[in-house]
Design a protein around this ligand. Sequence first.
Ligand code: OOG
Ligand code: MG
Length: 253
Amino acid sequence: MAAELIGMLAERLDTAQTTCTDIPSLCDSHEFDIDDAYAIQAALLERRLARGERVVGVKLGFTSKAKMAQMGVSDVIVGRLTDAMRIEDGDTVDLARFIHPKVEPEVAYRLCSDVDLDDPLTDIESCVDAVAPALEIIDSRYRDFRFTYTDVVADNTSAAGYAIGPWRPVGSVADRAVRLRTPDTESAGSTAAILGDPVQALHALLDMCRRRRIPLRAGDVVLAGAATAAVPLVAGITECEVAGLGSVTVRGR
Ligand code: OOG
Ligand code: MG
């Protein structure tokens, strides 16, 4: 796909986000493959960086069957997090910032060293020093959250916001109960839903970042993907609790 078209589609997604206006699937009007989709995502990120935002991490999507089934997609995807998306634990978030926000319970890791993508012996687990419960806010720029696999990659995997609970020194978080409570819903799941064990998300991430040349730097946050299906983010308190790790909240307003 021509660079000009990539830039135009990135602009369309960017404007949808900055003006809180949904758009139809890009695939309705254009044909593009997964490489083009990541190129659009990269151009979208460039626009954010040009506005003064900073990259603070990465996120994985569709690492759980619940999410794959909910969205009709069956392969892991990667997106980028910027400082403008960060919400402090317990903080209020203005719902008017979003088009149709949903929230999902996640596990976050923190990188303690840069990851060498070109060294085949890189041990990603040794590049991580902390783990925490997390909430991700997703806000697809597509009408009614309806998108194809390439659409959602181009749209930076619906990334819109995230909050991280207290960090703990990294250790196994396999098979931990996960609870998501909003004023309207309560859902329960397990960290086992995330590729069997969230640590597998780190290995999937390394593979994706090698293929897509996405740098992984010391201090970056990694969202491992949702443990349950996403639910609407509404006014009031939303909490994600991961057994043995603690909890994190945001307050919609
Ligand atoms: C795409 C983002 C998926 C996850 O945790 O699986 C995701 C979407 O569902 O809109 O963040
Ligand atoms: Mg997510």
